[in-house]
Design a protein around this ligand. Structure first.
Ligand SMILES: Nc1nc2c(ncn2[C@@H]2O[C@H](COP(=O)(O)OP(=O)(O)OP(=O)(O)O)[C@@H](O)[C@H]2O)c(=O)[nH]1
Ligand SMILES: [Mg+2]
Length: 305
């Protein structure tokens, strides 16, 4: 009896008890998918590609990519270019670094998927003042004053005397949709307030210009091991769903405009299942940008009546 009581005391002091079994581990997957479509196959991929190819905006929209350092902005561009080419593509420089790997404004297009659109890669946002993307550059970027090749200066924004400053931008030079790219793991662990402050400033400027926004949550494979094991678990993953909800609150973007993805990183081959979430995100960005072009051009027509 004394021995039994002793064992029980030891177990209880370690947090266990013979009568209370340990709680089950938290569920990693939901009982039903929290987003459709849940079946990912080549037919779905073809249908998204066909939606994308049918888009025919009157002007070639510019899709501006913004986000924290190392979030996967350039990797997202490479992933889209890779899908278009059907093989791994590394046109945008990528890498891990404490400061931004991307230093210049770069513009990407490609003959298949991006025939009618351009993706613009930017320096990463850093939490401290004087580092990374300068928040005051945003308005010039949105209005089309910044030319390709501009070397971002974390200490000061572009000025009219810069050789990369476009004095009289046309509508086709403007930004037609902003793609925020954020690491899903950062969202899950809590995005630092200094980032939130800088991002809110950018959001405010973007809203004033009435430019649509979407948000891409990268590195979903690193957030959830079930997604890493099988990417088709994406819309069943509890952690990914939580990250989408949190991102929606932090960025004030509706959940339907937030897209978790896994970029082509270590993978050598391009495959349908990795393509699908990337293409879903791209399709929505392109649709929003096409809507923006249509709306502005229609308004111009109305004004001339
Ligand atoms: N596992 C995983 N790694 C990723 C993913 N996307 C990007 N990475 C890695 O994250 C690192 C940073 O990616 P980049 O694409 O250079 O990030 P960035 O936002 O362009 O960074 P800066 O230009 O420095 O601001 C690289 O080492 C990528 O290989 C992803 O979806 N999954
Ligand atoms: Mg980059």
């Amino acid at each position: 009896m004394i021995l039994y009581l002793h064992i029980r005391y030891l177990l209880e002091s370690m947090g266990g008890s013979p009568s209370t079994p340990p709680p089950p581990p938290p569920k990693k997957l939901t009982d039903r998918p929290w987003r459709q479509p849940s079946t990912w196959n080549a037919t779905l991929e073809q249908s998204i590609l066909s939606d994308i190819r049918q888009l025919d905006p009157q002007k070639k929209p510019n899709l501006l990519i913004l986000g924290p350092v190392g979030a996967g902005k350039s990797s997202f561009i490479n992933s889209i270019l890779s899908i278009g080419k059907g093989r791994k593509c590394a046109s945008a420089p990528t890498g891990e670094s404490s400061s931004s790997w991307t230093l210049d404004l770069d513009r990407f297009t490609e003959r298949s998927l991006l025939k009618k659109y351009r993706l613009l890669d930017c320096m990463g946002i850093e939490p401290t003042v004087g580092h990374g993307f300068h928040p005051e550059d945003i308005v010039c970027l949105l209005k089309g004053h910044v030319k390709k090749g501009y070397k971002f200066n974390p200490a000061s924004p572009i000025t009219e005397s810069s050789e990369h400053y476009r004095r009289n931008p046309e509508f086709g030079d403007q930004t037609h949709c902003v793609i925020f790219v954020v690491n899903a793991k950062t969202i899950h662990s809590g995005i630092p307030p200094a980032y939130v402050q800088k991002i809110s400033y950018l959001q405010d400027k973007i809203k004033r210009e009435h430019i649509p926004r979407i948000l891409i949550l990268t590195k979903a494979d690193q957030l959830c091991d079930e997604v890493e094991r099988d990417i088709t678990n994406m819309f069943w993953s509890v952690k990914v769903q939580e990250a989408v909800k949190t991102a929606s609150e932090v960025f004030s973007i509706d959940q339907a405009s937030i897209h978790p993805v896994k970029n082509y990183e270590v993978d050598f081959n391009i495959d349908t299942k990795t393509n699908i979430p990337l293409l879903i995100a791209l399709r929505q960005t392109m649709q929003y940008a096409a809507d923006r072009v249509e709306r502005v051009l229609d308004n111009d027509d109305d004004d001339s009546d």
